[in-house]
Write a protein that binds this ligand. Structure first.
Ligand code: GLN
Length: 315
């Protein structure tokens, strides 16, 4: 049995005090990373910023710093497109994407050719592009559909695709174009690579805040959440997505992240990370400086401190 003293949802744990303490402590790590620069528009973001939000399964929210700042969610969008693609395709999706960590950079092409065009998991770019293909195939306006889906989950109609970020990545997204073309050549893309990439760049360019992220992912923490209750197997769906987040959500840094934090999570090169503690809470952090793996430096540090101060890791 979990000790009530250490359960973040329990009144004894002052989550606001925990967040305030973290916000005071993490700035010492400023300057240890770099803002993503391979998408030119992201380079314009001021690096030394920090925000964090927590939402308990009982619906209480706590925030600190720039928790309401809208930032580019980038790869965090892959979590939402996976949920939508599973809704559209069901089990068939797993005939086209595996469920193993890749041990490679998120935009690596290496494994794709030797593994017959079947991406290792839905969160590396190759897997996410297949996910986007399935949504594109079954939608008249796929990017709009994803935008609305995310805004519905977060409850914030202001969550939108940033067209400047989209255009910026489209101009320089040669690796993603190579991945999409290889997938097409190997028979694992049904739509035209250009159409799939257009949609992919758009959903990566969605903007959300930490507060939006903890709301949009509550269905993964709270199995009684109305959205998941409408699904035929809500527990299984949430369990599976959390398992993929734990094993593949931070790419080739996922082992260290599980070691230090121990929560299912998804990161993006915009500097955001969202994490899920099933039956307890969701937590999101944003800070734009990234380490060599493309994960937020302060974000990882803040999450490690959070699970430590609340003794709430799930592993
Ligand atoms: N849009 C980015 C890309 O495809 C997303 C990468 C990320 O956030 N890790 O490169």
């Amino acid at each position: 049995m979990r000790d009530a003293q250490t359960t973040p949802c329990a009144p004894q744990t002052d989550l606001q005090a925990v967040l305030d303490r973290i916000a005071q402590e993490v700035p010492e790590a400023y300057g240890q990373g770099h803002v993503a620069d391979y998408i030119p528009e992201l380079k314009r973001v001021s690096p030394q910023q920090f925000g964090m939000a927590v939402r308990t399964v009982t619906g209480e929210e706590f925030v600190v710093g720039a928790a309401d700042h809208q930032f580019s969610i980038q790869s965090i969008s892959k979590l939402f497109t996976l949920i939508l693609a599973l809704e559209i395709n069901g089990e068939e999706l797993w005939t086209r994407i595996n469920r193993e960590p890749s041990g490679m950079r998120f935009n690596s092409l290496l494994l794709l050719e030797s593994e017959n065009g079947i991406p290792r998991n839905p969160f590396i770019n190759a897997g996410a592009i297949v996910v986007t293909d399935t949504i594109t195939e079954h939608s008249s306006g796929p990017a709009k559909r994803i935008e609305q889906f995310i805004a519905n989950l977060s409850g914030n109609p202001l969550n939108r695709i940033d067209e400047r970020v989209t255009a910026s990545e489209k101009k320089t997204g040669y690796l993603n174009a190579a991945i999409a073309n290889l997938l097409k050549a190997m028979g694992n893309l049904r739509c035209e690579p250009e159409d799939v990439l257009n949609c992919y760049f758009k959903h990566c360019a969605m903007t959300m805040s930490c507060r939006d992220l903890v709301r949009a992912t509550q269905c993964l923490a709270n199995r009684e959440d109305a959205w998941f209750q409408r699904k035929p197997y809500p527990h299984q769906t949430a369990r599976r997505i959390n398992a993929l987040l734990l094993t593949c959500g931070l790419y080739d840094a996922v082992g260290n992240f599980a070691f230090n934090v121990g929560l299912p999570a998804k990161s993006g090169v915009g500097g955001g990370i969202v994490a899920v503690a099933p039956n307890q809470y969701t937590v999101a952090v944003w800070s734009p400086e990234l380490d060599d793996y493309g994960n937020s430096v302060l974000g990882q540090l803040a999450l490690e401190k959070f699970v430590t101060y609340t003794a709430s890791a799930v592993l």
